[in-house]
Design a protein around this ligand. Structure first.
Ligand code: PSV
Ligand code: MN
Length: 432
């Protein structure tokens, strides 16, 4: 036989052989785990219930304080942002809502926006008030020493509660840039009381079934003191405020090497975990893709959540099932839609891995004091290659097997690049 042709054929057969081996070992991998944990129908039901909200501010041009970049096809209006969020949902099947930031996403008729979103197959999710961008908020919003400023901040928060009614949103997502830059600048206990007072008014204005999620962040934009600086202060406010107040954990808002899954477990047990802002941090608060620098941390967080949903304590299990999952990322150098799809898929993968753990065996090992046995049982989930399983899940749901490939090859992205073009973006620091 002609030698190059013969080589081509044998190479091809070797390739097929390797592929078959790859697929069968991966199948055994997750099938073995499944046998020990749950059946496939149960697993697929849980995966189908997963929902990751995407943020309107992740679809427009964004940047650092040095430069805002112009991304080809970036959404220019809230209507275009809804279109993009709908596309992310169409590709992944698990991103059914979009969070709004007010006034960035303010429209004259929110019920029209609500109908528009629904016509695109998604809903309006959390409403995020913005009490950090006006000049008057230089010394804070609800903690400001000036009562008139505090009143204006509060009335914006209450306006957002009204917007929730028009958009059908369940959650008011609260983050405050309030803080001080110098010791002695303001009275720390007084500031705590001002915050509590305003939050109580907001809490009490929420109708049944609506919640306020209180986000903490340990620094920035203030650098000496931040009013809601960590989960401890957020939790004590939420406990005092009442049943509608819950804590929101933004993965980027912790100091280096803080054990976030321990915070998650604590808040779950206190029945006060309300939601997440997913992202990945390297040094400080940043907008890297969730699970890109810290896949093990994300897995451990999901593992705590899975265990809490199965807790014997009803309050804990019900609370865990009501946790809201949201992405909080603005992508500056990555293609925006692709980054959002990737983020949603990373959450799906971490969740699927957490479902692969044999928690009964884990508890036995823990009771027996089998330190490394328990550690290995947990890690079995993390080490499981769930990609073939998720591909099968997508096939069953009529979703693209590879959503990133579908986005790259599909008409949506090239269409928005063509139709929207490259919008002018602002600079960073003003130049002469
Ligand atoms: C603040 O850093 C934050 O995490 C809050 O959630 C804001 O609402 C969001 O980013 C967008 O500025
Ligand atoms: Mn956030």
């Amino acid at each position: 036989m002609h030698r190059p042709l013969f080589k081509l054929i044998t190479d091809y057969f070797n390739f097929l052989n390797e592929l078959l081996h790859e697929l069968t070992t991966k199948r055994i991998d997750y099938w073995e785990n499944l046998e020990r944990t749950m059946n496939q129908t149960e697993l697929f039901q849980l995966l189908a219930q997963q929902a990751i909200e995407t943020p309107s501010w992740g679809y427009g041009n964004s940047g650092t304080r040095f430069k805002t970049f112009s991304a080809p096809g970036a959404a220019r209006t809230i209507w275009e942002k809804v279109d993009d969020a709908a596309e992310v949902h169409r590709l992944t099947g698990i991103a059914p809502s979009i969070a709004l930031h007010i006034p960035w996403d303010k429209v004259s008729d929110f019920s029209e926006l609500n109908h528009y979103a629904r016509s695109k197959g998604i809903s309006i999710g959390a409403i995020n008030p913005n009490v950090f961008q006006n000049d008057e908020y230089k010394l804070g919003s609800i903690a400001n020493p000036d009562e008139a400023v505090r009143e204006r901040a509060l009335s914006h928060l209450l306006e957002c509660v009204e917007i929730m009614a028009q958009t059908g949103s369940k959650d008011l997502s609260l983050w405050f840039a309030d803080g001080t830059n110098y010791a002695g600048q303001d009275d720390l206990r007084e500031r705590k009381r001002r915050v509590r007072q305003a939050l109580q008014v907001v809490h009490d204005s929420l109708p049944d079934g609506k919640r306020m999620l209180l986000e903490y962040k340990f620094f920035e934009p203030a650098f000496y003191f931040t009013d809601i600086f960590d989960w401890g202060i957020a939790l004590s406010h939420c406990h005092a405020l009442g049943a509608r107040a819950k804590v929101l954990v933004d993965l980027g808002h912790h100091a280096q090497s803080v054990n976030i899954e321990a915070i998650v477990a604590t808040l779950l047990d206190e029945e006060k975990l309300g939601g997440f802002h997913f992202n990945a941090r390297r040094y400080a608060d940043d907008d890297l893709i969730v699970g890109s620098t810290n896949p093990y941390e994300l897995f451990c967080i999901y593992s705590e959540l899975v265990q809490a949903t199965r807790a014997a304590d009803q309050g804990v299990s019900v609370g865990a099932k009501e946790v809201a999952y949201m992405i909080d990322q603005s992508h500056n150098i990555e293609p925006k839609l692709e980054a959002m799809v990737q983020s949603v898929l990373n959450c799906q993968e971490a969740y699927a891995k957490a479902l692969m753990v044999d928690y009964d065996a884990l508890h036995v090992a823990q009771k027996n004091g089998d330190v490394l046995g328990a550690h290995r049982i947990l890690n079995t989930g993390f080490q499981t290659d769930v990609r073939p399983l998720l591909a099968e899940f997508r096939r069953l749901h009529g979703l693209p097997i590879d959503p990133i490939h579908a986005l790259r090859e599909g008409e949506y992205f090239s269409g928005v690049v063509r139709d929207r073009g490259v919008a002018e973006a602002g600079g960073g620091y003003p130049s002469e």
